[in-house]
Write a protein that binds this ligand. Structure first.
Ligand code: PMP
Length: 358
């Protein structure tokens, strides 16, 4: 079998050794006589998998003791609702920094539960830059942002000063790509299917003081209930949690820490940005200082040529390079699971395509 180079925005390419380990353990996990897929979530073997996964996550992200880690379902999208349901006070309000599709959805959901003020918006600039110097009113229940904008390819390099207002961040497409100072956030959430493993799992990291009993909420949507039951109010996404454990183990083995992984990720993406900046055919429209390390949109001036390039790349085994339907063009998502050789190959194919057009 020839594995393709998969530039999908998620679910995305996993490190080969992670897939190989999962395959080796698929029929039998350890000496348990069964696969992880068949295991009771209350069994001691599975509880050990969860404990070890959380331990590795805490250690890599250096999560302080006063934060809980939740392994939930419903995708990152459910957090667009769970965050306001749990964090908005009666007659309270949230502040959101609008940076594209994913904050638009978060705003829409938030407004179903209460007031949501748009503190700043990148819309006038087609979201090609991240709003800076945002003033955060101190009467907000929380400030919300999307740290890496998967579709448009922007990323916060510095977080806004929030004072006493808790910061909530959608880190779906950047978590585990670099170190982060968890203590600056009140709550972080991320779908696992990009940098952390497979679809079906959403990781929530929430500070203790934000976890409030909200008896009026559906139990499944209450952080307090999920914390009390250690993510096992119902059956958690067992296999996805196990896969997260394998990804974390891979990061520890290959890089030791997120600083080293960040430096690898920076070197990978620099290959692509450097080429884009020198290319006469392809361009990236994002403001340089706000460029994402994970998602790189690019395009030619001609949608037909874009389509031709996507087909050309596909024939070379480079798949899922089509840009999001809302913006067109191409997008290369270069998550942790994409090796340097994959980006080298992409740049080589782009160069060859460009030369053929001249
Ligand atoms: N937020 C961001 C930044 C995303 O990129 C995505 C998915 N691409 C989502 C939220 C939605 O995630 P899910 O499909 O897990 O609900």
């Amino acid at each position: 079998m020839t594995r393709v180079l998969n530039f999908s925005a998620g679910p995305s390419q996993l490190p080969l050794t992670v897939v190989q380990k999962a395959a080796a353990q698929l029929l039998e996990y350890g000496t348990s006589g069964q696969s992880v897929m068949e295991m009771s979530h209350r069994s001691s073997t599975f509880l050990e998998i969860v404990r070890e996964t959380e331990r590795r996550l805490r250690s890599l992200l250096q999560i302080p003791q006063n934060y809980r880690v939740l392994f939930l379902q419903g995708g990152a999208s459910l957090q667009f609702s769970m965050v306001p349901m749990n964090l908005l006070k009666p007659k309270g309000k949230a502040g959101i920094i609008h940076t594209g599709t994913w904050t638009k959805k978060a705003i829409e959901e938030c407004r179903k539960f209460g007031e949501c003020v748009v503190l700043a918006s990148g819309e006038a600039d087609h979201f090609h830059s991240i709003p800076k110097d945002v003033i955060v009113p101190q009467d907000l229940d929380y400030v919300y942002l999307c740290e890496n904008n998967t579709i448009i390819g922007t990323k916060y390099k510095t977080l806004p000063e929030c004072g006493h207002v808790p910061l909530v961040a959608d880190c779906s497409s950047c978590i585990l790509s670099e170190p982060m100072d968890v203590s600056r956030y009140g709550l972080i959430f991320a779908g696992a299917q990009k940098n952390m493993g497979i679809a079906g799992l959403t990781v929530v990291i929430v500070r203790d003081d934000l976890i409030e009993e909200r008896p009026e909420l559906p139990s499944m949507m209450s952080y307090a209930v999920q914390v009390k039951h250690e993510s096992m109010f119902n059956t958690p996404p067992t296999f996805a949690i196990y896969m997260l454990g394998l990804v974390l183990e891979w990061i520890e083995t290959e890089f030791q820490d997120l600083k080293a992984l960040q430096s690898y990720n920076q070197r990978k993406v620099a290959l692509l940005y450097d080429y884009l900046d020198s290319s006469a055919l392809f361009k990236n429209e994002v403001k340089k200082e706000d460029r994402s390390m994970m998602n790189v949109p690019f395009m030619t001036d001609d949608p037909q040529l874009d389509a031709k390039f996507i087909a050309y790349a596909q024939a070379e085994g480079l798949v899922n390079l089509k840009g999001h339907r809302s913006v067109g063009g191409m997008r290369a998502s270069i998550y942790n699971g994409m090796p340097m050789e994959g980006v080298e190959k992409l740049v080589e194919v782009m160069k060859r395509f460009e030369e053929a057009q001249a």
